[in-house]
Design a protein around this ligand. Structure first.
Ligand SMILES: Cc1cc2nc3c(=O)[nH]c(=O)nc-3n(C[C@H](O)[C@H](O)[C@H](O)COP(=O)(O)OP(=O)(O)OC[C@H]3O[C@@H](n4cnc5c(N)ncnc54)[C@H](O)[C@@H]3O)c2cc1C
Length: 436
């Protein structure tokens, strides 16, 4: 019996897989998406904001019909000390008026489902509750995938099964993910009445605020905390590399509890009721830890390919863009009936021309440099900034000049010559981002 071969089979119905499916289906290609969850989004969690401009390149003006929560009009960066904090805010009046500038908070179970509905409407066939166990490889070429019950053959296979990809390990003989190449993200969703969120965060009915948090209970660990506002709930969470979690011997939920009790964060959550607690891994390896992105018959997109820019909390946009570019490459391959690695190498070229690999390339040394200098960059300096603010805002009978001289003297005493090398490292870091 001749086997059935579809144009494309995609593993995973997250942002990468669904965008790939939507792009292929819109071009009239026969595409099957296999998703292990009960429905797209059922297994997925994130912080979370999706970014309007890149998403609108795929689903124009999506905010008019998609289940978005709040349009984020303000970014707050909180540098926490043990019991104090300095918060820098950026709000732009234009952003409040024009949705495409912003990011939107979304609830993944609803958002991923909506994206999947768009792909289905375009003609994609999504099969939920189906765990892909392995790739089917014939003569060194990937020709499909195998589930417990069935085999699915395809001209092109797109792996979009998320972080710590089982299939990437099979295709590329990929080693186990290293503890410094992955972070553990945990979060709580806390219910709060709509009006309370509006008052507390100084926003309107459908606008919101993002907090990015450094220091505090996370001390000098490599990681960030965050607070996002949904329509009727607030999200609080953090992500720390597995390496630093192991070194610190701290349990992640203990860190989160401390963050929730911090005097800068506690008032934001006060009176709320815990709705949900969840945890997920985040790829941290970046440009240097990416697997090869294609092979004969197969491409890899999104978290499975380590396409995350952690410094900016960007993952869904890189996943969607890589899904789109993998699909566009697959369309060219199908039209030419050429599924060779040489043909699929176009995918990497497209990624290199896009912000995806350009950003990851510029940021390739950022996390490593922060890791090496975390005690200074994430521990010492945030603390010192808060100590300075404490002196600066205190009104007492000590002459200001004496306070400042003492403060500067203490900083020099504690860091001495390292102040200069820290400055050089920071300048190198910034220079690297611009020049790479
Ligand atoms: C705590 C946390 C906070 C984050 N915050 C943000 C944020 O605010 N903004 C942002 O842009 N990004 C954020 N990210 C990153 C973002 O969530 C990811 O980059 C994005 O979800 C990647 O999309 P993806 O499609 O590659 O993978 P995923 O979303 O992980 O989707 C993979 C899909 O594949 C399915 N799957 C896996 N294995 C199999 C298999 N063998 N067979 C069948 N199906 C399978 C899974 O069930 C899942 O549905 C955050 C991540 C975390 C963990």
């Amino acid at each position: 019996m001749e086997r059935e071969v579809v144009d494309a089979v995609i593993v995973g119905a997250g942002p990468a897989g669904i965008t790939a499916a939507y792009t292929l289906a819109k071009e009239g290609k026969e595409v099957v998406v296999l998703e292990r969850g009960d429905f797209p989004g059922s297994k997925n969690m994130f912080g979370g904001a999706i970014y309007a401009q890149p998403v609108a390149e795929i689903f124009p003006e999506f905010w008019k019909s998609a289940p978005v929560e709040r349009s984020n009009i303000e970014h707050k960066y909180a540098l926490l000390g043990d019991n104090d904090g300095t918060v820098i805010s950026y709000r732009n009046g234009d952003h409040a008026k024009e949705a495409h500038y912003n990011s939107f908070t979304v609830i993944r179970a609803k958002w991923d489902r909506w994206c999947a509905e768009q792909a289905e409407a375009a003609g994609a066939f999504i099969v939920p509750e189906t765990l892909v166990e392995s790739l089917i490889i014939e003569d060194g070429k990937v020709v499909g995938v195998k589930t417990e019950q069935e085999e699915f053959y395809a001209k092109v296979t797109i792996i979009a099964d998320g972080v710590n990809s089982l299939l990437a390990k099979q295709a590329w003989d990929y080693p186990e993910i290293k503890p410094d190449h992955v972070a553990l993200g945990i979060k709580e969703v806390i219910a709060l009445p709509k009006e309370k969120i509006q008052d507390r965060f100084n926003v309107g009915e459908d606008t919101g605020v993002i907090y990015t948090i450094l220091g505090g209970p996370m001390q000098a660990m490599v990681g960030l905390g965050y607070v996002y506002t949904n329509l009727e709930s607030v999200v609080v969470g953090l992500g720390i590399t597995l390496e630093d979690l192991a070194k610190s011997k701290t349990k992640p939920y203990e860190l989160l509890n401390k963050l929730k009790k911090h005097p800068v964060i506690e008032p934001l959550l006060e009176g709320g009721e815990l709705l949900e607690y969840s945890a997920h891994l985040i790829p941290e390896g970046g440009y240097k830890a990416m697997p090869a992105l294609y092979k004969d018959g197969v491409m890899i997109a999104g978290d499975a390919a380590m396409l995350v820019n952690n410094v900016h909390s960007e993952g869904t946009n890189l996943a969607m863009m890589s899904g789109k570019l993998a699909a566009q490459t697959a369309i060219q391959a199908i039209n030419k009936e050429d599924y060779s690695a040489n043909m699929l190498s176009l995918y990497r070229k497209k990624l290199e021309q896009s912000f995806v690999l350009q950003d990851l390339k510029s940021y390739q040394d950022v996390i490593r440099t922060i890791e090496k200098n975390s005690k200074a960059f994430l521990g010492f300096y945030p603390k010192k900034i808060n100590e300075f603010m404490n002196q600066f805002t205190a009104v007492d009978s000590v002459p200001k000049k004496r306070k400042y001289i003492k403060f500067i003297g203490d900083v020099f005493k504690q860091r001495s010559l390292s102040l200069v090398t820290d400055g050089i490292k920071l300048a190198n870091l910034a220079g690297g981002i611009i020049l790479k």
